[in-house]
Design a protein around this ligand. Structure first.
Ligand code: CO
Length: 653
């Protein structure tokens, strides 16, 4: 539907455009205004619940043609649902015109599970008599101490679950107030909640006909208030930049050591990098139009009790942006820090400000390059720095900390630091299942994976790029390889989407390059960036299984698509309880050409996580990620002309 422009809304358009860029995320006023426009168009007598209100990013040609101060119409994408019934209405509205421009109803789609629903789900489960009875059977008298986590339900075809938006919950209990409940899993009790009506539809007790597993009651805390002594800390380690950091910020644009990038953010993906480019000799060269972590899934390997239902898509089903932390100076962030706030929408449409959601700083990265000439005894050495853009999100038990790094030698890196608390499951003390590792007597952590998909909308020296696969070829020993030492790299252009569904191959040291066939470097080759797949993971969920179908993107480490503005999420736009087949597997079935085209690279990487006792009670950071390295983008080492320097604050001890 389309509604006529409404003067009431057109009146308060903010025309102050001094620092505004077309890709700047919606601010709080814009989110509030969008919610009012939606409510006026749709609310009638039903309660509208806002899933997402975010910037509709203008077309690339509009963005590229933009000049500072120019006014670009501000438009928003939105999706909302209504209390009491499934389905989503999505559309586009103009903030300038104050009108909904297009919308459509998706009667089967389920919106994400919203932060505001987490505690409502817990409260409704804890009030249910069957749930209370299951707790009592396990010796739990004080239901107030029970904690219920609102896991997404997936689509398993369970009778009675159809036609609803659900949470399939898991639960734990505290021994006392604020104590770490994850040390005390209540095994085999799973309440299933109809989230739209906030009612429990079923309480499964897997021990209904047998003696329930005892709830392990050994405490294992991480909160400082539960410690009466601490290990010796180190001496102060301060990062001091008395002249300030080397980056500059104008609006949301960061400039640093030749690099510039615009910092975006939305409720689903969290941190987004726009328009990453490098300026050399006064010429700005684009590298990426847009980069984000677009989806992730955490499949667990245990078929015991209800654990097969744990396949959570933390981005598509919850939203990393909505769950971003306000970061703390001197704790999350060390040194000379520049923060940016983020705005997301609350379920009632009110704008929610996450203060200090994005941390920007500069880090020493050790040795940059060095050479000692043994003939002249002359040494040249340069250190290297990197610019760090980061944010941290808490999704239930886990923390996902996203770090984008820009380096002086032209590399772009993404690093995911995963921490937080493993999902714990009860077991008989000393007898974890083969799917788990005991971390505390009677407490096991099950084998699982964290599979991420980065969406990398590349523009290496311009929008027209090709993707080339590089494999090492070893000629057979004999004529052409008489000494058996021969090996070389063979490059193959991935011409279509199906050809570009690829996995890593350690036997050929496979990697991929994004090349610009229209721009040549000093040695006559296309300029390029290579993708180093450092953390490719083999997925073990069966592709035909309920969870495998929903997470079809995990079965390749590389996908390439021609840019389409609506192809944003590798598992589809509405992931919660979908049947699967959406997103990358569906789009790439069209087998569109991707040679010398405006390509989007999708890289799947992650963490394979057989749990260790050291992961409890809070897992020390483990990391995964990928690198985008210049590979013939520069004609020489781009940091060769850094002036020599000696750090004067360094001292001998
Ligand atoms: Co893990």
């Amino acid at each position: 539907m389309t509604t006529a422009p409404d003067d009431q809304f057109a009146a308060d358009v903010d025309l102050d455009t001094a620092l505004r860029h077309p890709l700047d995320p919606l601010d709080g006023d814009e989110i509030a205004r969008a919610a009012r426009i939606i409510a006026a168009a749709f609310a009638q007598d039903e309660e509208v619940r806002y899933e997402r209100i975010e910037l509709l990013e203008p077309a690339k040609d509009v963005v590229r043609a933009w000049t500072p101060g120019a006014r670009v119409e501000r438009r928003a994408r939105f999706s909302f649902y209504r209390r009491g019934r499934i389905g989503v209405t999505e559309g586009v509205l103009s903030l300038d015109k104050g009108a909904v421009e297009e919308s459509r109803d998706l009667p089967e789609a389920r919106p994400m599970i919203m932060l505001e629903e987490f505690l409502e789900i817990e409260a409704c489960v804890k009030a249910h008599p069957d749930f209370i009875a299951a707790c009592r059977r396990r010796g739990i008298e004080n239901i107030d101490l029970v904690c219920v986590d609102p896991w997404s339900a997936g689509e398993f075809g369970v009778p009675g679950e159809e036609g609803k938006r659900l949470s399939h919950t898991f639960c734990w209990v505290r021994t006392r107030a604020d104590e770490n409940f994850y040390a005390h899993p209540i095994e085999g009790v799973n309440a299933v909640v109809d989230v739209d009506n906030m009612v429990v539809i079923r309480v499964d007790d897997y021990y209904r006909d047998r003696e329930p597993l005892k709830v392990p009651m050994t405490e294992s805390n991480y909160d400082a208030r539960f410690f009466d002594r601490f290990q010796e800390p180190g001496k102060p380690l301060d990062i001091i930049q008395k002249d300030g950091p080397s980056f500059t910020v104008e609006g949301r644009k960061l400039s640093w050591m030749g690099w510039d990038v615009r910092v975006g953010f939305n409720g689903r993906e969290g941190l987004v990098l726009h328009q990453v480019g490098y300026t050399q000799d006064g010429e700005r060269r684009p590298v990426m139009h847009r980069a984000s972590l677009a989806e992730m899934v955490v499949p667990y390997g245990s078929p015991d009790n209800a654990h097969h239902r744990k396949n959570v898509f933390d981005i598509g089903e919850y939203g990393l942006g909505k769950l971003a932390n306000s970061l703390t100076l001197g704790c999350d962030c060390l040194g000379a820090i520049r923060y940016m706030d983020a705005w997301v929408n609350g379920v009632d449409g009110t704008p929610v400000k996450i203060e200090n959601a994005i941390c920007i700083h500069e880090e020493d990265f050790g040795l940059g390059w060095k050479h000692w000439d043994f003939r002249t005894d002359a040494t040249e050495v340069r250190r290297m720095r990197r610019l760090v853009i980061s944010s941290i999100s808490t999704v239930g038990n886990y923390e996902y900390a996203s770090y984008w790094y820009l380096y002086q030698h032209g590399m772009i890196e993404f690093e995911m630091k995963a921490t937080g608390i493993i999902n714990t499951v009860g077991c008989e003390p000393g007898k974890p299942s083969k799917y788990g590792v005991e971390v505390l007597p009677g407490v096991q952590g099950q084998i699982h994976q964290h599979l991420f998909c980065a969406r990398l909308d590349m523009e290496v020296d311009g929008p027209q790029n090709s993707v080339v696969e590089c494999n090492v070829v070893v000629p057979p020993m004999g004529e052409g390889n008489p000494y058996g030492n021969a090996f070389y790299e063979e490059q193959t252009v991935l011409k279509t989407e199906k050809q570009a569904r690829r996995t890593i191959d350690p036997s050929t040291m496979r990697y991929w390059k994004v090349v610009n066939p229209n721009v040549r470097n000093a040695v006559g080759k296309p300029t390029a960036y290579k993708l180093e797949p450092m953390s490719a993971v083999t997925a073990f969920t069966n592709p035909e299984s309920p969870s495998g179908k929903r997470g079809g993107f995990i079965y390749n480490h590389l996908w390439v698509t021609p840019f389409h503005p609506d192809e944003r999420y590798p598992a589809g736009e509405y992931v919660n309880q979908c049947e699967g087949g959406q997103g990358l597997p569906a789009w790439t079935a069209a087998d569109r050409p991707v040679e010398n085209a405006d390509v989007v690279l999708w890289h799947v990487f992650g963490l394979h996580h057989p749990v260790r006792p050291e992961d409890f009670p809070v897992q020390p950071v483990v990391t995964c990620g990928f690198k985008l390295m210049p590979s013939g983008f520069f004609d020489r080492n781009p940091m060769i002309d850094l002036p020599p320097a000696k750090n004067k604050a360094s001292c001998c001890v």
